[in-house]
Structure formats: C-alpha cells, structure tokens
Design a protein around this ligand. Structure first.
Ligand code: UD1
Length: 367
C-alpha cells in the first residue's frame, strides 16, 4: 500500500516549494502524493500560470476559498478542508511555508488525528504583528515532522522545546525549483518584451500589508523608490493587493518605475537573474537572490531568513525613506557578496523523501 500524502497548495509562494517535492514523491513507488488547492490565490497570474510553468499535476480538488479578512479566510479554509480529509483519509497532510492555508489545514488535520508534516518549519521573524509569524508558530507547535531550510530553523525549534527527533535540516525546496527551471527561464523573452538591458535595472516587489495597506506609508515607499528610479530604472511586477491600494489612494508612481502585471515563474526568474539589484518585502525572493548572487535590499525591519543576511547577498533596509536610501547608498559603495547556505543545492526534495521514508518506516511517529 502506498503512503498517501495530501499536499496543501494555497498561495503563490507555496507552488515552487511543492513542485519538486510532489514530483519526487510521485516518482517513488512508496508514495502517492496528491494536491488540494485551497484557492487562497485564484487569479491565473497568481496560481494557474505557476502550475503550468512548474509542470505540476492538477489539484485533486480546489476549495475555492478566495480572499477575505485573516479570520474569514482562515475559517473558510478550515470549514471546507475538513470534509476533504474525512473523505480522503490521507496518511499525512503536508503543508509548506507560512500562509493562511498552511496553518488552517494543519489545524484541521491535527484535530482529526492526521499526521502533519511542515516544510520550511522553524523560521521566525519574532514579529508577531506579521500574520505569517502567527501561522509559523501555530503550525510548528502542532506538526509531527518539521523539515527545515536553514540552521536558524533548527535552533528556533530547539528553543521552543520541539524534540530534535522531529526536526530535519533538508535545505530549500524553492532552490530546487530555481535550479531545475533555470534553463527554461533562459528562454524567456521578458527582457526584450520590457525593453530591459541586463544589469541596467532594478527589480522591485512589494505586497506586505505593513508596507502597502497604510496610504501614507505606501506613499513614502513609492517616493523613496522614485528617488532610486532617478538613478536606475525599476520594474515592479505588481501584486493585486498593491495595485488595489495604489489605485484606491491615488499614490503617484514615478515614470521610471515600470509597473507590469504579475509575472510567470520563468519570466520572473529571468528578470531577477539579470537585474543589478532587487528591492523586495517578499520572503522567498531574499533566498532566490542569495542563490543568484544578486544584491537584495529587503524593505522590512526583520527577516525570518537570517541565513540570507549572514551568508547571502541580503541587506535589511527597513521600511522608511531614510533607512532604504541609506542601504541603497551603502550598496552603491560596496555591493554585497555572499555564499550559498548549506543544502540550498537542488537536493532538498530528495532529502525530504528520505526523511519521510524513514519516518513512515518507523511507524510514522517521532518522539
Ligand atoms: C499571501 C500570504 C503572504 C504571501 C503572499 C504572496 C497570508 C497571511 N499571506 O498574502 O504570506 O507572501 O500571499 O503573494 O497567507 N488577490 C487577487 N487575486 C489573487 C489573490 C489575491 O486579486 O489570486 C487580491 C485580493 O484583493 C486579496 C489581496 O490580493 O484581498 C490579498 O490576497 P491574500 O491572499 O489575502 O494575501 P496576500 O497579500 O496575497
């Protein structure tokens, strides 16, 4: 009998982490993985396009929860996920990352006494104003098996009292996807479509509620980006949340900041690989730039991914005009070099499969 693993996909950053793992489990005769999509992200540009680019199997079902407040979205995912578990009776539910779908599905599974496997466990920003931090802490507290991307994750879980027998450093699945798809990304025509010259532009992403929901703060960030755009043209593939806020509050966008629709995976990878700097408030992009060797200014006050700063090309730039411009001028004087953290090597999915095999061979329990 194959071990049936229900893999939860919810929002854009989940997809590139799941793709290589679902493929590796699928190739293995011991496992039968299948995907349940919560529908947290639902636009083709935010979801369907990534399934196609990444060659992922279609979800077995889609809960179509859509958008809502934190509580509405989380509650709706839980309500709709429970009957799926009762029907499918999987051997384990596997959740990735830190989005609302991650926590909601972990809670439902655990209360039905289904094992929970958390991929990208242990990351901590220590900022409980971030919805993602709550999702991380809750998911890790109830997970049976915790697979970690970087050493800080193991340290944080130890400090929280999680037994070491449940925690495994496997590396970074997002980097498996990056490495596996670089050749396809090279075929992208995104540079010519946008008229961008390699190393002669910066790439910006911006979507955190703390940066975009408050109109005066959003205006301050856009004003700061406008100053930078005076020196280096910027491309900003725009997240639907940010587009909505810019329009709602009539925030001005400098003519040297080119807004584009959200890009597909190959286009984004290629645009990022050829940029001279990335300015972002994303989590995963801090990791991808570290592997690509592209300097990254993170427009946040903290990061749950300290390896990208300690070892990689990432610099915390804060979220105010003065701090971002300060980091920008530092970078002009001395571009940050870095090295690639342990196990961010394309082999994370194979390590995950071996951890899962050993776990189920031992009866599926870890003390
Ligand atoms: C979510 C995650 C965040 C992750 C981000 C990546 C949580 C708490 N947040 O934030 O960690 O970094 O995804 O994108 O889980 N919208 C669309 N189309 C879509 C999806 C969203 O138009 O396909 C719009 C809706 O107006 C929605 C807004 O974007 O209200 C925000 O979407 P939501 O899923 O609530 O949060 P994100 O900001 O995307």
């Amino acid at each position: 009998m194959k071990i049936r693993i229900l893999c939860v996909a919810g929002a854009r950053p989940n997809f590139m982490k799941l793709a290589p793992l679902v493929a590796a489990l699928d190739r293995d005769p011991d496992f039968l993985p299948f995907i349940v999509h919560t529908g947290q992200h639902y636009d083709d540009q935010m979801s369907g396009q990534f399934f196609r680019d990444l060659g992922m199997p279609a979800p077995k079902c889609n809960l179509n929860v859509g958008s809502g407040s934190q509580a509405q979205q989380t509650a709706e995912i839980m309500r709709r996920f429970e009957p799926v578990i009762l029907e499918e009776k999987p051997d384990a539910v596997l959740v990735v990352g830190d989005v609302n779908s991650t926590m909601a599905c972990a809670l439902v599974a655990k209360k039905l006494q289904i094992r929970v496997i958390h991929i990208e466990a242990g990351l901590r920003s220590f900022d409980r104003e971030m919805p993602e931090e709550i999702n991380r802490v809750v998911t890790d507290a109830i997970s049976d098996l915790l697979l970690v991307t970087e050493e800080s994750g193991s340290r944080n879980l130890k400090a929280e009292g999680v037994p070491a027998s449940r925690v495994f450093l496997v590396g970074n699945l997002m980097i498996d996807s990056l490495r596996a798809n670089m050749n396809s990304a090279k075929q992208s025509d995104v540079l010519s479509r946008l008229g961008a010259k390699p190393r002669a532009y910066g790439l910006v992403t911006l979507h955190r509620p703390s940066n975009v929901d408050d109109p005066s703060h959003l205006a301050e960030i856009m004003e700061t980006l406008a100053i930078i755009a005076g020196e280096l043209p910027l491309y900003l593939p725009i997240h639907p949340r940010t587009r909505a806020r810019l329009e709602e509050h009539h925030v001005a966008v400098h003519p040297h900041i080119e807004l584009t629709e959200p890009l597909g995976y190959f286009d984004f990878l290629w645009l990022m690989s050829n940029s001279s700097v990335v300015l972002t408030d994303s989590g995963g992009i801090q990791e991808e730039t570290t592997v690509l060797g592209v300097p990254c200014l993170t427009m946040r006050d903290n990061t749950e991914r300290p390896a990208t700063i300690e070892e990689g090309t990432n610099i915390l730039a804060g979220t105010r005009k003065a701090s971002i411009l300060d980091a920008w001028s530092q970078l002009q004087q001395k571009p940050k070099q870095g090295r690639i953290p342990k196990y961010w090597d394309g082999g994370a999915s194979a390590r995950c499969v071996e951890v899962l095999r050993a776990y189920f061979a031992g009866g599926g329990s870890a003390r």
